[in-house]
Design a protein around this ligand. Structure first.
Ligand code: PGA
Length: 254
C-alpha cells in the first residue's frame, strides 16, 4: 500500500475570516482526499474554530495549527498551548517552521518539547527542517538538515510513527520563487529517510516526507514524482484553490 501522501496548506498570516471561509468552501467542493492522500489545512489561529467546524464532516481533511506552545498553561501572554488546540478538536500542529525559528528564536530543543507535547495531547506533529543558503552553498546541507531533524525529534517512539509528518523546506526556497530541483529534493529526502531508518528502524521509512518551498502547479509534477517525496507543505499556492487543486491532482497522479 505504500506510504501515505500528504498535501498541507500553510496559510501563514494571511486571509480574513471571510476569505478563509470562502477558501475552505472551495477546497471542500473541489478536493476529494482519500485514506491514502490526505489534506491538511493550517489557517491562522483565529480561524481554527471555523475551520474545524466547516471541515468536520468531510473525511480525510485535517486541520493543523501553525504553531503552539508546549506548556499546557501559564504566564505566556499571547501564546496558545497545544492542549488548547486539542480541546478545539484541531488534528495537527506545524512545528519548527523556519519562520518560527527565525522570528521567534525557536531551537531544535524547543521544537522537540513541542513534538512530545503534541503526542501527549493526541495531535499529529508536522516537523519542519531545512538549510539556509549559506549551508547549501557550502555543500553541508545533507548533514546539517539531518542534525536539525535528529535533534528536533529526539526520543521519537515507534508508537508515534503514524503521528509525525516531516517537511523538508530549504529556507532559500520559501516564498522566494526559487524552488529546489526535483533531484535536490530527492537527494535530501532519501538521505533523511535512510538516516531515520538507521536510527529508528525500518518502520520509520513509513513516515511521510513533504517538500516545501515555492511548490506550485508548474513544478509539482516533477517534485511529487520523486520516490521519496510524499507530498508538499504549501505556502503561497495554498491561498487559491486554482493553485492548490492542481497540486492535489499532481499528487494523486503519482
Ligand atoms: P511557499 O511556503 O510555498 O510560499 O514557499 C512554504 C512554507 O513556508 O511552508
Amino acid at each position: 500500500m505504500g506510504r501515505k501522501k500528504v498535501l498541507a496548506g500553510n496559510w501563514k498570516m494571511n486571509t480574513s475570516p471571510e476569505e478563509g471561509m470562502a477558501l475552505l468552501q472551495a477546497l471542500k467542493a473541489n478536493l476529494h482526499p482519500t485514506d491514502s492522500l490526505v489534506v491538511y489545512v493550517a489557517p491562522p489561529h483565529v480561524q481554527l474554530q471555523q475551520t474545524v467546524k466547516l471541515l468536520r464532516e468531510k473525511s480525510n481533511f485535517y486541520v493543523a495549527a501553525q504553531d503552539a506552545r508546549a506548556e499546557a498553561s501559564g504566564a505566556f501572554t499571547g501564546d496558545v498551548s497545544i492542549s488548547m488546540l486539542a480541546a478545539m478538536a484541531v488534528d495537527a500542529v506545524i512545528l519548527g517552521h523556519s519562520e518560527r525559528r527565525l522570528h521567534h528564536q525557536e531551537t531544535d530543543a524547543v521544537v522537540n518539547a513541542k513534538m512530545h507535547a503534541a503526542f501527549a495531547a493526541g495531535l499529529i506533529a508536522i516537523v519542519c527542517v531545512g538549510e539556509n543558503l549559506e549551508v547549501r552553498q557550502a555543500g553541508n546541507h545533507l548533514g546539517h538538515v539531518w542534525e536539525q531533524l535528529n535533534a528536533s525529534i529526539q526520543g521519537l517512539d515507534s508508537k508515534h510513527f503514524n503521528d509525525i509528518i516531516i517537511a523538508y523546506e530549504p529556507v532559500w526556497a520559501i516564498g522566494t520563487g526559487e524552488v529546489a530541483s526535483p533531484e535536490q529534493a530527492q537527494a535530501m529526502h532519501q538521505h533523511l529517510r535512510n538516516q531515520l531508518a538507521s536510527v529508528y528502524g525500518s518502520d520509520a521509512e513509513e513516515i511521510p516526507l513533504l517538500y516545501g518551498g515555492s511548490c506550485k502547479p508548474s513544478n509539482a509534477n516533477a517534485l511529487f514524482a520523486q520516490d521519496d517525496v510524499d507530498g508538499g507543505l504549501i505556502g503561497g499556492a495554498a491561498l487559491k484553490v486554482s493553485d492548490f487543486h492542481p497540486l492535489f491532482e499532481s499528487l494523486k497522479k503519482v
